[in-house]
Design a protein around this ligand. Structure first.
Ligand SMILES: [Zn+2]
Length: 277
């Protein structure tokens, strides 16, 4: 059953892509976090294509439920690679590796990186063209204990800066270190964003060698997995081709976070329990 639904989705996606190529689709892409290149990115990559409006609706529904997301429902062969802490000097190479493998991903950006490094300010727009862009605060600080104006700056201020830099709305948020408290959860909800955590920690931030990063991802991926990676580590970049090969070999597609949530949404019970299948 799951397979049939997935194939139907592929066909739907292909039809949408053909319509866009043929000029039947909208002249401009909607300003959602999954807006892609005109022409339909998925058709070129061979992966599933989720119409931006459907991906956006999946995120909106989850924002309404108000619980953080750790993974999908575990029923469909999709995984979401997420890259934190950029943009930076290795981002362009990360994007090139993803493109060569026909993969899409989600980038949780640090607003200060964009403002303090003018050399990186073109990157968020390029990331959004094909991938999804999320908010990883202004200064990459641990948020628990932060209140008031500072919390609003780290969550809302960063959201606005990243939206400006990437040229579209930002509806996804990931707290640095996954560290949250009740004030953080409330502020993210009040700013109309969805918290995306992860189900697989590649442990790349610990400075382990590429083969261990690959092994950690290999041990963790299953349908609906969300994988934590970092976009500015040479070891992660060296591990990435093997991670993408592994995903393809096992019959998964690497999609954006919103696409994963549209294709394989977590159940409400799963969200409330904070667990993954
Ligand atoms: Zn981080």
């Amino acid at each position: 059953m799951a397979r049939r639904r997935f194939v139907a989705l592929l066909l739907l996606g292909t039809a949408v892509s053909i319509a866009l190529v043929a000029g039947l689709g909208p002249a401009t892409q909607p300003a959602s976090s999954t807006a892609g290149e005109p022409g339909g990115h998925g058709a070129r990559s061979g992966g599933p294509v989720v119409p931006p409006a459907r991906a956006r609706a999946a995120v909106d529904r989850l924002i309404g439920l108000g619980e953080p997301v750790r993974c999908g429902g575990g029923r469909e062969p999709v995984v979401a690679l997420t890259f934190d802490d950029g943009p930076g000097p290795l981002t362009a190479r990360t994007l090139n590796v993803l493109r060569r493998h026909g993969a899409r991903a989600t980038f949780f950006l640090v607003a200060r990186q964009i403002e303090a490094w003018p050399a990186y300010d073109w990157i968020p727009r390029r990331q959004r063209r094909r991938h999804a862009v999320g908010n990883h605060t202004f200064d990459h600080v641990a948020l628990p204990g932060t209140t008031g104006k500072e919390l609003a700056r780290q969550i809302g201020g960063a959201r606005d800066a990243i939206a400006d830099a990437s040229g579209g709305e930002v509806t996804l948020f990931r707290p640095p270190y996954g560290a949250r408290d009740a004030s953080v959860d409330t502020s993210v909800r009040d700013h109309g964003m969805l918290q995306i955590l992860w189900s697989v920690d590649s442990m790349d931030s610990r400075g382990i060698p590429p083969e261990e990063i690959v092994a950690n991802v290999a041990a963790g991926i299953r349908p609906g997995a969300i994988v934590l990676l970092h976009e500015n580590r040479g070891t992660t970049l060296r591990a990435l081709p093997e991670i993408l090969d592994l995903i393809a070999r096992r019959g998964y597609h690497a999609v954006t976070g919103p696409e994963l949530l549209a294709i394989d949404p977590p159940t409400t019970a799963q969200l409330r329990a904070g667990t993954c299948p």
